[in-house]
Design a protein around this ligand. Sequence first.
Ligand SMILES: Nc1nc2c(ncn2[C@@H]2O[C@H](COP(=O)(O)OP(=O)(O)OP(=O)(O)O)[C@@H](O)[C@H]2O)c(=O)[nH]1
Ligand SMILES: [Mg+2]
Ligand SMILES: [Zn+2]
Length: 318
Amino acid sequence: MDKLKGVVIKTTGSWHTAKLKSGQLMDCTVRGKFRIKGIRNTNPIAVGDVVVVEPNPNEPTGVITDLEPRTNYIIRKATKLSKQAHIIASNIDQVFLLAAMAEPETPLMFIDRVLVTAESYRIPAVILFNKMDLLDEDQQELAEAYQYLYESIGYPVMLISAVSGLNLDQVRGKMKNTTSVIVGQSGVGKSTLLNQLQPGLGLKIGDISEAHQQGKHTTTFAEMHELDFGANIIDTPGIRSFGLVEVDRAEELSHFFPEIFEVGQNCRFHNCTHTHEPGCAVKEAVENNEIPFTRYENYLTIMKGDEGDKYRKDIYAQ
Ligand SMILES: Nc1nc2c(ncn2[C@@H]2O[C@H](COP(=O)(O)OP(=O)(O)OP(=O)(O)O)[C@@H](O)[C@H]2O)c(=O)[nH]1
Ligand SMILES: [Mg+2]
Ligand SMILES: [Zn+2]
């Protein structure tokens, strides 16, 4: 039978749902081995993959026989201690990082690690602060300060509420005509936001645990949704740990902090790590409040690494 081309919109264990050119959805298994050079990934096929499908005779199912090269992908660790990686999504134009000032509060460290990962894959990132309807005046001011902080670096930031509808038109505008992935901790409202953007989508939504102020990992598989205003959005399960960024030399980490990289051009040493060197323009800029202190602090934390291995920076998001 003829082979068909499709995009994977959902993967659950050994079954993958491909959307074929005709618009038809087909559940498929995989034949063959698909590996990414240099990483050990637990899932051979991810949401966003462009695949070749061979339909099974006399059945509505098919077999994925080929995978087109991915333009990009984002990965997370398969489990906290594992050296294996799980591909969250591939072939994406944009990452929407959904954060919240409350219930659960997103640490800036989480935001910075996600941004580093997005930079390392050269995928533009947009930051959304959700649940603005829950905030008192002081918290709102803090959210505005964070908006200023990240916008001054160059990241678009939107203060939104998936419940009240605040600024969702801005979000739609940014999503339109793209394939984007939405990531964030469990409970920040990723699925709620998509349900609001597209009434009737009917994604499952979880509670926030009162004891821990965390979500309950309601979304368990990544899935791509085609929204009527013209956007493909991949909803993902809440993440604790994000991708892995491998840097060959310590000074490379600053490539993923755009403002540190820019100022770092003026350091005395071209291979300055901005930690201890004399004539460091970055340290001076931090002292003069030209580089946000929280960003520099998080740069140092990531630089130190979580596993003590100098050349391997594991980017945990909490
Ligand atoms: N007050 C308020 N609550 C919100 C908002 N957005 C989401 N929530 C609530 O937050 C809780 C978690 O929402 P979900 O959409 O399930 O969160 P998620 O990010 O998809 O979580 P996982 O699927 O577990 O990763 C639900 O009780 C939502 O009603 C918001 O803007 N304001
Ligand atoms: Mg969800
Ligand atoms: Zn320096």
